[in-house]
Design a protein around this ligand. Sequence first.
Ligand SMILES: [Zn+2]
Ligand SMILES: [Zn+2]
Length: 380
Amino acid sequence: MFRPTSLCLVLWLVACGGRSLAHDRARTPLRLPDLPNFLTLKCDFHIHTVFSDGKVWPDIRAEEAWREGLDAIAITDHIEHQPHKDDLPTAHNRSYQIARSHGEALRLMVIPGSEITRAMPPGHLNAIFLQDATRLDVPDWRDALAEARRQGAFIFWNHPGWRGQQPDGRARWYPEHDEILAKDQLHGIEVVNEREYYPEAHAWCLEKNLAMLSNSDIHNPMGLDYDLHAGDRRPVTLVFARERTLEAVREALFARRTAVFAGGRLIGGEEHMQPLFQRSIRVLTPEVRVRGTGTAYVQIQNESDVTYVFQPQADDADLSFPAEVRLPAGRVALLAVRGRNKETRGAREVALTGRVTNILVRPDTPLTATLTFRVERVPQ
Ligand SMILES: [Zn+2]
Ligand SMILES: [Zn+2]
């Protein structure tokens, strides 16, 4: 018994070339630039643990988020749905307390919350920045929302088009939502939940001045639902905050300074998306020379973790550009500039305007952005 086991171990170590197989306990930064007056914080405000119907102990939630480069999470176990209660007593504040303790050790902000889990309407709502979640455990959802608001909570509507409540996947606005909006009990909506985007919710955020949110609603260990090592990532809510504190996150949420980063796509207001894009990219070759009908290359560095897709909308009598250029995350892309005429001479500034197709500033409306560089023309 002993001999074959040792032999296997030796062969295994040889096969591994002596390298350690230990998994690094390390954070991978999520690179998105700050805005001129605000930090860009990466947050997930919808997370479950074993204290409701999740499969994970709360401290692991803090470490998962820290490793994925997040700044803040909210633990939002269901109040009404407690399927593990025969194994684990109902304790509505406990998951937050455990996650916060490890979050503090890792310098990850952890926010107390709960998911108020009701039939549609009004559906499921998260209340975060709660003082005491146990007081939301009441029969009437109106009383639960009123109590959450009394505690100063920021309240948002979860997965409004979730097929569990809307079989056709379409989000619908009910009179009950008008009611809670009028009572200052609705401050945001999930435009993205998990991998689902709700265009109706996106439009309501603009119409009704609600904060856009994008959360994982994770129940499993993160690595079960997201292929993290292959670059897959959970959806995050971007919060444009004055500083990296809980109070600043809260202030930014109530001020509606948020955006969505999910599935490689950014969704937000023009005022936030324009500087986010512009600060992600840098033209490394501010001047190129195009000889006659030849080609020159503008090198564009993308320092962010978003791969942008830029479609020039150029109408230039002397220069032509490709229909689309991808600006890969963390890399330098080539933008080909071709001359149309053999004899043009002289230098000028080119302002190349186009659509960034994976940044939405309204449903179906991509961001329009301009890249500027100089082109010197010399005859063939
Ligand atoms: Zn839910
Ligand atoms: Zn949930």
